[in-house]
Design a protein around this ligand. Structure first.
Ligand SMILES: O=C(O)C(=O)Cc1ccccc1
Length: 320
């Protein structure tokens, strides 16, 4: 699909720069991409999953891909975290937050009492489970690739589903009927998205930045996690995300997905990254980028850039 004003192009041979997103049109991922000024007027390539979106970036078919990375109710989108960790050459260059709410939709004429089988994206399903358990306790769930596909598939021949969990704006796109509104457990739920490109120069420091890394611990060492976290606490760095993911080669082996408040060009973050690199057998740097909320990062004066520069000058002087 092309944004208004973009040159016409097919999915395979884009004439203008492409941005990949989980489609089709109407998804929350599309709403996140709409927040990116650089994507305006460009070709927006609708894909079916995170792997396809990131493959577009690796192959150069798209300049960037928008992917969901964390939901305020469900937590980290593990498929996205794992893909970013294991596919080399990718960088997060921006962060965007979208409020997410859901409705239950069906083909016109369907009564709520007749609904048994429900199409839903797994994250949407988890967010609406309390309502489903109360209202349709014996429901069956068919997992779908996106919130919009869940709804559009109700119109496919031979579909098994009676209803779908979908974004509130779904009737703008498909001739369906809303059976129930506002069915998510948490009304203030948001999803965090990241814009991913190939490895390139770091986005500039804004003072309201985040740095994402993934680190493994040295094997069989007591207190190793504490030692990893000390790299940040001793430099006054706040973490906004710490999540363990199985490495996958044996039981009990984990890597840690970490978001830090600050930019790799902040002295304290750079110094902590050196500490992590010395300590961890495997560190993946996912990027430094502007925070979605644009709230400046606070730190105590003891960890200001000048203090690190002063200390280095002092040492240089001693050694000279
Ligand atoms: O972008 C969408 O609409 C998706 O289907 C992914 C998703 C699922 C649940 C919450 C936010 C995004």
């Amino acid at each position: 699909m092309s944004q208004p004003g973009a040159a016409a192009s097919s999915n395979d041979e884009p004439q203008v720069e492409s941005y990949s997103f989980l489609g089709p049109s109407g998804t929350f991922t599309e709403a996140a991409l709409a927040q990116v000024p650089a994507a305006r007027g460009k070709h927006w390539r609708s894909v079916n999953n995170v792997g396809e979106a990131l493959d577009d970036v690796v192959s150069g078919r798209s300049v960037a891909a928008m992917i969901a990375i964390e939901n305020s109710v469900e937590g980290g989108v593990t498929a996205a975290q794992d893909a970013l960790t294991t596919i080399p050459g990718l960088r997060i260059i921006g962060e965007y937050v979208v409020p997410v709410g859901f409705v239950l939709v069906a083909r016109p004429g369907t009564a709520l009492a007749d609904v048994r089988t429900i199409n839903a994206h797994p994250v949407a399903y988890a967010q609406c489970l309390r309502w489903l358990d109360t209202t349709i306790p014996s429901h069956a769930h068919i997992p779908m690739t996106s919130n919009v596909t869940a709804a559009s598939a109700l119109l496919d021949d031979g579909t098994l589903a009676d209803a779908a969990i979908a974004p509130p704006n779904i009737l703008d796109h498909y001739p369906l009927e809303v059976l129930a509104e506002d069915i998510a457990t948490n009304r203030n739920a948001v999803t965090r998205f990241v814009l991913v490109s190939r490895t390139a120069a770091l986005p500039p420091r804004t003072g309201a930045d985040k740095t994402s890394i993934v680190a493994e611990l040295p094997e069989d060492r007591s207190g190793a996690l504490l030692e990893l976290l000390e790299q940040f606490s001793t430099r006054g760095i706040n973490m906004s995300l710490l999540q363990s993911r199985p490495i996958g080669d044996a039981l009990g082996r984990y890597r840690f997905v970490i978001d830090l408040d600050g930019h790799a060009r902040d002295e304290r973050i750079a110094d902590a990254l050196l500490g992590v690199r010395r300590f961890s057998p495997n560190v993946v740097f996912l990027g430094s980028y502007a925070r979605a909320d644009r709230i400046p990062v606070e730190h105590t004066p003891a960890y200001a850039d000048e203090v690190f520069a002063d200390a280095r000058a002092w040492l240089d002087d001693l050694l000279a």
